[in-house]
Write a protein that binds this ligand. Structure first.
Ligand code: MBD
Ligand code: FE
Length: 302
């Protein structure tokens, strides 16, 4: 079909509006529909293929897998790269690198001053202590900053979504102390894999791709007057470290995993050997000449 014929149909659809509607929605939908009409024409997509795709999307929504697909197709990392570029263009540099939130945050985790233990003592993973400071971009510590942390268990599963774990297991909110310090005790997570038999897996199979993430720990770090940081750290040595299906591993987010024991653990109530990560977060001052990092999206609340 001639592209002029497609454009005539697109114009007819646009002309059928009888009120202004929402101009932003209109611009976005018109653009996407045009791109899809062209895709159908240029790739000679059959009716069977079209309806298969529609059904795939329906089932993806029914199973709540769109957040996973957004990560797996690189959309979420792409949004990070766009934020990075906007900051760079406005002359903002430095600070801890951002990386994707992913679909498994749960709001409402209990808040602790300075330190929290976030595992319940029943997970067989190796004991981990992670600690550090939250700093402003002038290098000065930020007291009362909020460090929200969440990660998977030894099977790569997240509490709330995995009903076999207690509420808020491996999730916590820590307020930094007067020195800007935070610490938490937990267990080393294992990498996540997309649900077997699900729609994301089905799509990745067809793309010849895997659905694994390297072991990681998520963070939101926030403090009034600073840009909210969404990031993760990775556990060194994971076979998928630089082969993440969600493309979230970044330089600067792979801290050394140290071996610690004895007196070092007493402060955290740990006896014997444990793994230790030292990691400082650096936040950038909020500015009104760049897009906000406070992202609105539907999130689980418990
Ligand atoms: C995860 O744990 C995750 O972090 C992402 C981005 C996608 C799926 C599961
Ligand atoms: Fe995750």
């Amino acid at each position: 079909m001639n592209h002029d014929t497609i454009d005539t149909l697109l114009q007819k659809i646009d002309d059928s509006a009888t009120s202004e509607g929402n101009p932003r929605t209109k611009a976005i939908v018109n653009r996407i529909v045009r791109d899809l009409f062209y895709t159908i024409e240029d790739l000679d997509i059959t009716p069977d293929e079209f309806w298969t795709a529609l059904n795939f999307l329906t089932e993806t929504g029914q199973r709540g897998e769109f957040g996973l697909i957004a990560a797996g197709l690189g959309f979420e990392h792409f949004l990070d790269l766009r934020l990075d570029e906007a900051e760079q263009k406005a002359g903002l540099e430095g600070g801890t690198p951002r990386t994707i939130e992913g679909p498994l945050y749960v709001a409402g985790a209990p808040e602790s001053p300075g330190h929290a233990r976030i595992d319940d003592g029943n997970d067989p993973g190796q004991t981990l202590v992670m600690r550090g400071r939250v700093l402003g971009d002038d290098g000065k510590p930020l007291a009362n900053a909020l460090v929200e942390v969440w990660h998977a268990n030894h099977l790569g599963n997240y509490s709330h979504f995995d009903k076999s774990q207690p509420a808020f297991h491996l999730r916590g909110s820590i307020r930094t102390d007067s020195q800007g310090g935070y610490s938490f005790r937990s267990v080393i997570p294992v990498g996540y894999s997309v649900p077997p038999g699900g729609k994301t897996e089905q799509l990745l199979d067809r793309l010849g791709r895997h659905g694994h993430r390297p072991a990681h720990i998520h963070f939101f770090v926030s403090s009034p007057g600073y840009r909210k940081l969404t990031t993760q750290i990775n556990i060194e040595g994971d076979p998928y470290l630089w082969d993440d299906f969600a493309f979230a591993t970044r330089e600067g987010l792979v801290p050394e995993l140290k071996k610690a024991e004895g007196a070092e653990g007493e402060r955290y109530g740990v006896a014997g050997n444990f793994a230790l990560i030292d990691f400082d977060f650096t936040l950038s001052r909020e500015r009104d000449d760049m897009p906000t990092t406070e992202v609105i999206r539907a999130r689980a609340v418990a």
